[in-house]
Design a protein around this ligand. Structure first.
Ligand SMILES: C[S@@+](CC[C@H](N)C(=O)[O-])C[C@H]1O[C@@H](n2cnc3c(N)ncnc32)[C@H](O)[C@@H]1O
Length: 272
């Protein structure tokens, strides 16, 4: 990503701490995963989307999972706490990675969730060993799909499963939409659903299945914006107007891209 902080979702990672403080939770107090899940899932439909991956890939306590683009570790912690598996949470941005590691320690999950700062394009931390790779709303930031999917393929053990939630392109974007995607969403490339599948098959994946989830994402994104706007007085008070303005603009941008029918959502599964 060129300049990740142009994307307001990633600016000011302290947002999660503001929310916890507002609940009366001190900065170093122990935490439960359930206290964090309203704030640490940087994708759509929160932990329900992680339950989908657990079911689709049969993740259980014996599984070793790689989460590509782990954010502040929300999906990784929920997965480890729910399925009992071991998760390697790989994250590019140092501040998100450090915040994720701190929250994991406060949840007492450091034995099951390992935070690694790194770029998936440089390869997975322990290639060839993972039973499952999951990735939520991260692939959209990485235009070099050949190198990316080769790295993910190599990460998995033979027979291992892949679960992705990501953007697809439903119609040609106009110039303004392309610019918005590139700058505000840090998304320089989005393929059609059919092209997405071709890329995965080309990287050697089998049993590639793509489910279109555009309708449910479009509703989620519209409702997220409405809820954020309704909650502005509280959000301004705990985060400051500047941070809240930036996030509202990002949520409105996503609502307009989905509302205009240019972006779609996909849930993709495949096997090595
Ligand atoms: C929308 S966030 C989603 C975070 C997390 N998957 C979740 O759902 O909560 C996408 C994340 O991918 C990370 N990312 C982008 N490119 C990456 C790369 N090449 N390697 C590792 N992480 C990357 C970003 O820094 C960001 O934290």
């Amino acid at each position: 990503m060129e300049s990740a902080k142009q994307m307001k979702l990633y600016d000011r990672v302290e947002r999660v701490h503001n929310e916890l403080r507002a609940l009366g939770i001190a900065d170093d107090a122990p935490l439960d995963v359930a206290q964090l899940t309203p704030f640490d899932q940087y994708h759509y439909h929160g932990t329900a989307a992680v339950d989908e991956a657990i079911a689709a890939l049969d993740i259980d306590a014996s599984s070793r999972v790689l989460d590509v683009g782990a954010g502040i570790g929300g999906p990784a912690r929920y997965l480890a706490a729910t399925a009992g598996c071991h998760v390697t949470a790989l994250e590019l941005q140092p501040d998100l990675d450090a915040t994720g590691a701190d929250l994991t320690r406060r949840c007492g999950l450091q034995g099951r969730v390992e935070h690694v700062r790194g770029d998936i394009l440089d390869g997975a931390p322990a290639a060839g060993t993972y039973d499952a790779v999951i990735s939520y709303l991260t692939i959209l930031h990485i235009p070099d799909r050949a190198r990316l999917f080769a790295a993910i393929h190599r990460a998995l053990r033979p027979g291992g499963g892949l679960y992705i939630e990501d953007f697809t392109l439903l119609r040609e974007a106009d110039e303004a939409e392309r610019e918005t995607l590139r700058v505000k969403v840090q998304c320089p490339y989005v393929p059609s659903p059919a092209t997405y599948v071709v890329h995965l098959v080309g990287a050697g994946f089998r049993n590639v299945a793509l489910e279109d989830v555009t309708a449910s994402w479009t509703s989620f994104i519209a409702e997220r914006l409405a809820a954020f706007r309704a909650d502005r007085p509280r959000l301004d008070a705990i985060h400051g107007t500047d941070l809240a303005d930036g996030l509202e603009d990002f949520y409105a941008t996503m609502a307009s891209l989905y509302g205009a029918g240019v972006l779609g959502g996909a849930r993709i599964t495949a096997r090595r």
